[in-house]
Design a protein around this ligand. Structure first.
Ligand code: ZN
Length: 416
């Protein structure tokens, strides 16, 4: 048996096993009673609901991830990759359009396969626990806009990558790296004005008291802010959040309406101060640099394996091509992707503690952030005592209990 085939099969099974194990252990790790720090924030009935939510989410993950993996394995072992290639080659287009059609068809197939699970997640699971506010119309519109955006933006990026690998020889990976970096920077730049408004409405914050609290804080910490907006997050979910968009003097803060409506100014300021912390401590820049380096690594590794005839034999291909090589690379890349994401999550959790400490120092009110964190995790029915494997693999934020304890520990940067 071909070594590449053995590797891909092992990686697929291993990542399926790990994700199922993490999900199962995480649901089981939820203790029968809430931690004592939460005694004042959660009642027995809500805590029981949170445990049921954790179990229901776990079952959904097990079923969707098993179906996903099974479909990929069946397609692979039944010779689906070569079948599709033969079908599209018969149309007689050049290498780049053929590649676009090939990867487009695979992406469409995988999107269609995941659609029933998304529908179930939104309209059954999230609905049963009272989170879902998405109408069928919003759901359909989101999917249609998503597909059109992906087809245009993803298609343009993919066409460039196929072109570079076809025509620029051994330095193709450098061309791809440069192009993909410029492309994603440009997207980040236009997203707040062109892309986000396609999905949500942003209106200036009207609450005078809150507006003053935020502008005073921004002035005090020397943080430039070009606007404070409220986003209609309640259009899809009752879960609350806040985030920044844009760079430098164009920076805006977007608060979910669900956050504004259910929290006092002190708590909202604490959440905002945490976000300011990310910007002031250079986390956003560090994440950007890390993701640029990762893109370079991906294209470099890609250029190493893409032309190996054994790789194409592993998938039963009659012809070698850039487009099929790209797809096979991503199947082989699974373990590296997992290790990188573990490292990224660890870095991100560290940044969360640092941003919390920043909010504590600059507002002087750690308890306001504690209250906000507690109420956000209770209303989101979060797992208050997650399992270490799930944290290690999937958590970009530390468990809320650890954050609360760190905020209450006196002394500078206790957990950073
Ligand atoms: Zn954060």
């Amino acid at each position: 048996m071909n070594m590449y085939l053995i590797a891909v099969l092992c990686f697929l099974l291993l990542s399926w096993l790990l994700s199922c194990a993490a999900s199962y252990l995480n649901a089981r790790a939820m203790r029968p009673e809430p931690p004592e720090e939460f005694a004042d924030a959660i009642d027995a009935a809500t805590y029981a609901k949170a445990r049921n939510y954790a179990r229901a989410t776990m079952r959904h993950t097990l079923i969707s991830s098993t179906t996903d993996t099974a479909l990929v394995l069946i397609f692979l072992l039944a010779g689906g990759f070569n079948w599709l290639d033969t079908l599209i080659r018969a149309a007689g287009f050049g290498p780049t359009p053929t590649g676009l059609l090939y990867i487009g068809a695979l992406a469409l197939g995988s999107w269609l396969a995941s659609l029933p699970f998304e529908v179930y997640h939104t309209f059954v699971l999230e609905n049963r626990f009272g989170f879902n506010t998405t109408t069928l119309r919003t759901f359909a519109a989101d999917r249609i806009k998503g597909v059109i955006l992906t087809a245009f933006l993803g298609g343009a990026l993919l066409a460039a990558i196929l072109f570079f690998f076809q025509y620029t020889g051994q330095w193709a990976w450098v061309w791809c790296w440069g192009f993909a970096t410029a492309f994603s920077l440009a997207l980040t730049y236009v997203a707040p004005t062109w892309i986000l408004p396609l999905f949500n409405k942003f209106s200036p914050l009207e609450n005078e008291e809150l507006r003053r609290t935020i502008t005073d804080y921004a002035a005090k910490t020397g943080f430039q802010l070009s606007g404070i907006f409220v986003m209609d997050g309640s259009k899809r979910t009752t879960k609350a959040n806040a985030f920044f968009t844009g760079f430098g003097s164009k920076r805006r803060i977007a608060l979910f309406d669900t956050l504004v409506n259910s929290h006092g100014p002190e708590e909202i300021l604490a959440v905002l101060a945490h976000e300011v912390g990310h910007a002031k401590l250079g986390h956003i820049r560090k994440r950007l640099v890390a993701s640029i380096l990762k893109t370079g690594l991906i294209f470099f590794l890609m250029s190493l394996v893409m032309n190996s005839p054994a790789l194409f034999r592993a998938f039963g291909m009659e012809h070698m091509s850039i487009h099929a090589g790209l797809v096979f690379f991503f199947l082989l890349y699974t373990p590296a992707a997992m290790l990188l994401s573990v490292a990224e999550n660890a870095l991100s959790r560290r940044h969360e503690y640092q941003a919390d400490a920043f909010a504590r120092q600059t507002t002087g009110r750690p308890e306001a952030l504690v209250r906000a964190l507690k109420s956000l995790s209770v209303s989101g029915l979060s797992n208050l005592t997650p399992h270490w494997l799930a944290i290690w693999l999937e958590y970009s934020h530390p468990p809320v209990l650890d954050r609360v304890r760190a905020l209450r520990t006196s002394g500078e940067n206790a957990r950073t």
